[in-house]
Ligand binder design. Structure first.
Ligand code: SAM
Ligand code: DTB
Ligand code: SF4
Length: 352
């Protein structure tokens, strides 16, 4: 135990109970050696939660939760083989391939998201990478959504340097591109693009001056060490991402990962807690899978340091909790948002 504490970065050391032993010099390349991330996962649950909540409070106002609304601007028909994804054309999931949405549809959804209290609007496309002919349309969407006073985020697949620059110029704030899992587990899940391709895209996003939104999925059959491997990869990005979405696999019939034994809920909460401790200033987003989780597990995730959710009745193609239920949960837990959520959001649509 004391050995672990000596190598924890300052934010995590601040919450240790015992006097630290003599400091150890960290290897320059990795701030978070895998063994230390795994040691956090292995802590007794309450100790981990305490460290995570302490790190959280040192960096964010207590109870502050960001609301980000997702819109699928281009659904289905994707050429990639991500084995969790209902939008891959090769799996029979019932998701129909659609064309890129028109600007008016996107703006209507963005206005609605803002009226409901969201502060960030994320546009997702089922592409391996955006084609030149799509870029101008997406740039217009970004420009116009930004003009509504929302933070903008897009997830369009792999990018070239020039494409990241163009999105930045259009007013994009964040680009979402996930590492998804640990490098060692990656080939069990995806074969049509490499881990390095993902890191390359993240580098281009950073070079363009965009903020990075990057996380992964747990519950895909990976081991605890591999969950730690994902978090270590994220935490050792230099700098680490501003936003870290932690998705719980949504098992969709027709995808290769459908039918797996579900991950133990405490493992999911531990993953959130370790993300909070290792990336103390990041927005850690409790992302896909909330509908299957129930309120108590979500409450534990907030205690573990999650401070952002996807807000709105749909993720990309699967269901998210109803916005009304989320408002009720946030109110029950005394959580607050940066949007005008609880006071001004239209209550009529919430029934009762
Ligand atoms: N096509 C682009 C790409 O893959 O980069 C952008 C959209 S893709 C749907 C964005 C992310 O959604 C994936 O990287 C994955 O982490 C997450 N995702 C997709 N299907 C999921 C599922 N069934 N459960 C949880 N997360 C999922
Ligand atoms: C992220 O990490 N999770 C979101 C967002 N980034 C684009 C997507 C979740 C998708 C869940 C499956 C679906 O609805 O299709
Ligand atoms: Fe395509 Fe993205 Fe789904 Fe992979 S995760 S199949 S790239 S939409």
């Amino acid at each position: 135990m004391s050995e672990l504490k000596t190598v924890l970065p300052a934010a995590a050391q601040a919450v240790s109970f015992h006097p630290p032993a003599a400091p150890i010099t960290l290897p320059p390349a990795a701030t978070w050696p895998l063994a230390d991330v795994l040691a956090l996962f292995d802590l007794p649950f309450n100790d981990l939660m305490f460290q995570a909540q302490t790190a959280h409070r040192a960096n964010f106002p207590a109870g502050d939760v960001e609301l980000a609304t997702l819109l699928s601007i281009k659904t289905g028909g994707c050429e990639e083989d991500c084995s969790y994804c209902p939008q891959a054309a090769r799996y029979d999931t019932g998701v129909e391939a659609k064309k890129l949405l028109g600007i008016d549809t996107v703006l209507d959804a963005a206005r609605q998201a803002k009226a409901n209290g969201a502060t960030r609007f994320c546009m997702g496309a089922a592409w391996r990478s955006p084609k030149e002919r799509d870029m101008e349309k997406v740039e217009e969407m970004v420009r116009e959504v930004k003009a509504l006073g929302l933070e903008t985020c897009a997830t369009l697949g792999m990018l070239e340097e020039g494409q990241a620059d163009r999105l930045k110029q259009a007013g994009l704030d964040y680009y979402n591109h996930n590492l998804d899992t640990a490098p060692e587990f990656y080939s069990n899940v995806i074969s049509t693009r490499e881990y390095q391709d993902r890191l390359d895209t993240l580098g281009k996003v950073r070079n363009a001056g965009l903020k990075v939104c990057c996380g992964g999925i747990v519950g895909m059959g990976e081991s605890r060490a591999q969950r730690a491997g994902l978090i270590a990869q994220l935490a050792n990005l230099n700098p680490y991402p501003e936003s870290v979405p932690v998705n719980h696999l949504v098992q969709v019939e027709g995808t290769p990962l459908h039918g797996l034994d579900p991950l133990d809920a405490f493992e999911f909460v531990r993953t959130i807690a370790v993300a909070r401790i290792t990336m103390p200033k990041a927005r850690v987003r409790l992302s896909a899978g909330r509908r299957q989780m129930g309120e108590a597990v979500q409450a534990m995730c907030f205690l573990a340091g999650a401070n952002s959710i996807f807000y709105g009745d749909k993720l990309l193609t699967t269901d998210n909790p109803e916005a009304c239920d989320d408002r009720a949960l946030l109110e029950k837990l005394g959580l607050v948002t940066r949007g005008a959520l609880l006071d001004s959001a239209p209550k009529a649509t919430c029934g009762g």
